[in-house]
Design a binder for this molecule. Sequence first.
Ligand code: FES
Length: 177
Amino acid sequence: MQTLAPVSLSTEEQVFIDKVIATRQGRPGALLGILEATQERNRYKYLPLETLRYIAAKVDVPLARIYSVATFYALFNLQPQGENTICICRGTACHTRGSRKLLESLRLDLGLETGAELGGADKLSATTPDGKFTVRTVACFGQCALAPVAEVNHRICGHVNERTLEREVQALVREHR
Ligand code: FES
């Protein structure tokens, strides 16, 4: 059994995680469910390292394994997320229908860094300094017939173009004023 490392989680967070573990442990896919519920409760929709460490100790699974699960699934975030998330598909079908251009124009609209500064245009997760928007990429939404596809706050939008994406962003900006 691993020893509990000192963590900076509040008692409230620890109680929540303990409850989630108690209700899910032993079920198929328990770890994914535990991580998902924990991330959902986080104000910035991410899994801080100390949270992963706490879960690892509680479920008696090595931290490295928990970390590899959290990094494998696109659903999980290891960095704080913006109030709004826009996800651009960079799969083959979407790429051939112009998703790179969509991504670039979205980044310009939001004033995010260029691909070179982020270490490549195809795998991206970046948040605006004001914390309003996170732009991410995925490998495929499984909706290739609708290419190019974007997801705006978990809503799938098919056949998007630069203009429709810009309108989506503007609507969100107005909503959050
Ligand atoms: S390649 Fe974009 S949805 Fe499949």
